[in-house]
Design a protein around this ligand. Structure first.
Ligand code: CUA
Length: 306
């Protein structure tokens, strides 16, 4: 919340967010004025010209050309203003500048994954340089999601088997909230991400840091946090608590038992329906099966340390 925030919209933080707001407020104020005027006139006429007796017959009224012309012409002009203005803003929002930096976004149950031109991927943390147009090319792995950054005034459905896109140019360094705004299952409300708008230098430094070969357990810790494994697997009843799980004996829904070794952990990540722990439903989506072997090795190494 800052100087320009209105209490119900976050500060406009992209190049076109201000114009989106101006158009929105223009439409809102004009509609409010017309609504109040029409309602007031209706109530006034209802009282002023009400039927006063059973036998009352109203006077014959001749139409007023001027009045009728006015109420056709004025709304037509207003609607045309909103249409042409809205069309211009719509085209701006749909047309990414040709020099945009492209990032691929994947929406999955229940995380957002970002892939950069260097091959680096991150989950639920989107880093972008400030004052540079960014184009997001988005697709989904499973069901419908919707990618929404309120501060930038961008929102677009994310759909399996096809690409949609949005673009924006952030005007101020900071962190901004991303929401999923299409109900997509159990953890829809936790399908959040953060946009980190940083300077070009910080962006380059971040990219280099991502590329480094981390020790497997450290990579795993980062992934565990980024892919929000923590939501279901630490101190909740949604999924089994993973602390101390490695090497322990697990009872499965079919009554059999299994030792939680590396093979079991791997299988449970890529194919969660294979062996479901007793006391839990099959809530975990199979979306993590797309992780690379290196990422999976890291996750297992990290789980062993818990
Ligand atoms: Cu993804 Cu809601």
């Amino acid at each position: 919340m800052g100087d320009q925030s209105t209490g119900w919209l976050p500060d406009p933080m992209s190049t076109f967010a201000g114009e989106v707001d101006t158009l929105f407020y223009f439409t809102l104020y004009v509609s409010t004025i017309i609504f109040v005027a029409v309602m007031a006139a209706m109530v006034y006429f209802g009282i002023r010209y009400r039927r006063r007796s059973e036998t009352e017959v109203p006077e014959f009224v001749r139409e007023s050309r001027i009045l009728e012309t006015t109420w056709v012409v004025v709304p037509t002009i207003l609607v045309m203003i909103v249409f042409t203005w809205g069309f211009k803003v719509f085209v701006d929002l749909q047309t990414a500048p040709p020099d945009s930096y492209e990032i691929t976004v994947r929406g999955a149950q229940w995380f957002w994954e970002f892939q950069y031109d260097t091959g680096v991927t991150s989950a639920n943390e989107l880093y972008v340089p400030v004052n540079r147009p960014i184009k997001l090319r988005m697709t989904g792995s499973d069901v419908l999601h919707s990618f929404f950054i309120p501060a930038f005034r961008v929102k677009m459905d994310v759909i399996p088997n096809r690409y949609t896109s949005v673009w924006f140019e952030a005007i101020e360094i900071g962190t901004y909230q991303v929401f999923c705004t299409e109900y997509c299952g159990t953890n829809h409300s936790a399908m959040l991400a953060t946009v980190h708008v940083v300077s070009q230098e910080d962006f380059d430094a971040w990219m280099v840091a991502q590329d480094q070969d981390l020790p497997p357990a450290e990579l795993g810790e980062r992934l565990f946090r980024q892919y929000t494994c923590v939501v279901c697997h630490v101190d909740t009843s949604v999924g089994p608590n993973l602390a101390g799980i490695f090497g322990s004996e697990r009872e499965l829904t079919d009554g059999s038992t299994v030792i939680a070794d590396e093979d079991y952990l791997l299988e449970s990540i890529v194919n969660p329906s294979a062996k479901v722990s007793s006391g839990y439903g099959l809530q975990m989506p199979a979306t993590f099966g797309t992780m690379s072997q290196k990422q999976l090795d890291g996750l297992i190494a990290y789980i062993k340390t818990l």
